[in-house]
Design a binder for this molecule. Structure first.
Ligand SMILES: Cc1ncc(COP(=O)(O)O)c(C=O)c1O
Length: 408
């Protein structure tokens, strides 16, 4: 039989769903690489990782992982995670006002896997999920993969990026499966007051819609840790997600957890999540031991980290608000700000961000990468760099913005 000549340029097909899966925070790095190839140094303010900026993982967490590896804990763990860490998570919730049981806790590869497992467990093709705009983009990316529809509820920069609750409630319909709440928030730095948090829980109860509470920045509100949303109403239909990535300074470890609310209404959801989790065997094993160490051990590093972040938030807000044509709501937690530049007609947030990158090497992410209107002129700044470095970055932003607005 003669061998058929297959042109090596023929690309093998990929699935349609890949086209709907976008994650601007990483996608924009391709543009940064092109700028670097031209010999311009890039200052990466696109990704929320404290480690490259000199913040260090607490030593007792590193020791816990080291010890686990040396003690031979290098095999698969049970798929929901090791018992002692699940217990530490359940105790931590209990101390924060939400009594729960280790059976309702699962260890995950970061908050990200928790989000993907929960959405996979409750959302069908064609269903709706309420997502804030702007949003952390993993939600919309996973929904695209599942063939589900993100329905955006507004959050308002003029009110510290708080959600518009009337708008949110008006969007709930028969196909609404879940409501995503990110508090403290990425990409806006908002921290919701108690009244808003209560109302969000009440809406989920009124409409029997599962509330997905992304609490990965819960310990990084500048006024002190925010209790879990479920503490407001322990029987409410809430799944909470968090990890060691941000408040425990270990994003690369992929050590996270989720906790399913204790209401029996959620028993099927819990079983579905566990079933899906069985398929991925377990989250990284040695890092699960660091969860125990983190939640049972000292948290002094968080005091210093919050203070460092609050200082940078103040600097960021002051410097950006001083730029003509720009305004920035003050972040109250996490390490993100979402300033707005008044765009000339016909220009987009991407034009501004790519222009800034090419002219100055400063890499931010355009607001439309988080679901904002491209004409709105929003972009996200990660302010983890040292204050001096941030100051010099904001000099460059001011200089470029002046030229961009004058030329348009
Ligand atoms: C709101 C939000 N949720 C989830 C994640 C993912 O975190 P993890 O590293 O725990 O997967 C991030 C990371 O930036 C985030 O900002």
């Amino acid at each position: 039989m003669s061998r058929m000549a297959v042109p090596i340029s023929t690309a093998l097909p990929v699935a349609h769903r890949v086209h709907g899966f976008t994650y601007a925070i990483r996608n924009i790095v391709a543009e940064a690489r092109k700028v670097e190839a031209l010999g311009i140094g890039v200052r990466y303010l696109n990704i929320g990782d404290p480690i490259p900026f000199g913040f260090e993982t607490p030593a007792h967490l590193v020791a816990a992982v080291e010890r686990a590896m040396r003690d031979g804990h290098n095999g698969y763990t049970p798929s929901p995670g090791i018992a002692e860490a699940r217990e530490a998570v359940a105790n931590d919730f209990t101390h924060r006002g939400l009594v729960t049981h280790p059976d309702r806790v699962l260890l995950t590869s970061g908050t990200s896997e928790g989000i993907e497992l929960a959405l996979g467990a409750v959302v069908n093709d064609g269903d709706d999920v309420l997502v804030p705009t702007p949003t952390y983009p993993l939600y919309t990316a996973v929904l695209a993969k599942l063939g589900a529809r993100p329905v955006y509820y507004r959050t308002d920069p003029d009110r510290g990026w708080l959600p518009d609750l009337d708008h949110l409630e008006s969007l709930i319909g028969p196909r609404t499966r879940a409501l995503v709440v990110i508090d403290p928030n990425n990409p806006t730095g908002a921290v919701y007051p108690e009244s808003v948090r209560r109302e969000l829980v009440a809406i989920s109860e009124r409409h029997q819609v599962l509330l997905l509470a992304d609490e990965v920045y819960g310990d990084l509100a500048y006024d002190g840790p925010v209790p879990p949303l479920g503490a407001i109403a322990p029987e409410a239909p809430i799944v909470s997600f968090s990890s060691l990535s941000k408040a425990y300074l270990a994003p690369g470890w992929r050590a996270g957890w989720l906790a399913v609310g204790r209401s029996p209404r959620l028993d099927d959801v819990l079983a579905a999540i566990k079933k899906l989790a069985d398929g991925r065997l377990c989250s990284p094993g040695p890092m699960q031991y660091a969860i125990t160490a983190a939640l049972n051990g000292p948290r002094d590093h968080q005091v210093a980290f919050r203070a460092a972040l609050a200082l940078r938030a103040e600097l960021t807000t002051r410097r950006l608000n001083a730029i003509p044509g720009m305004r920035c709501a003050a972040p109250r937690g996490a390490f993100y700000a979402m300033p707005q530049v008044t765009l000339p007609p016909g220009r987009t947030d991407e034009d501004y961000v790519l222009g800034l990158l090419r002219a100055t090497g400063v890499l931010c992410v355009y607001g439309s990468g988080f679901g904002a209107d491209p004409a709105g002129g929003f972009f996200r700044v990660v302010y983890l760099a040292a204050p001096d470095e941030l100051s010099s970055i904001y000099d460059a932003v001011a200089d470029f913005t002046g030229r961009f607005l004058a030329a348009s």
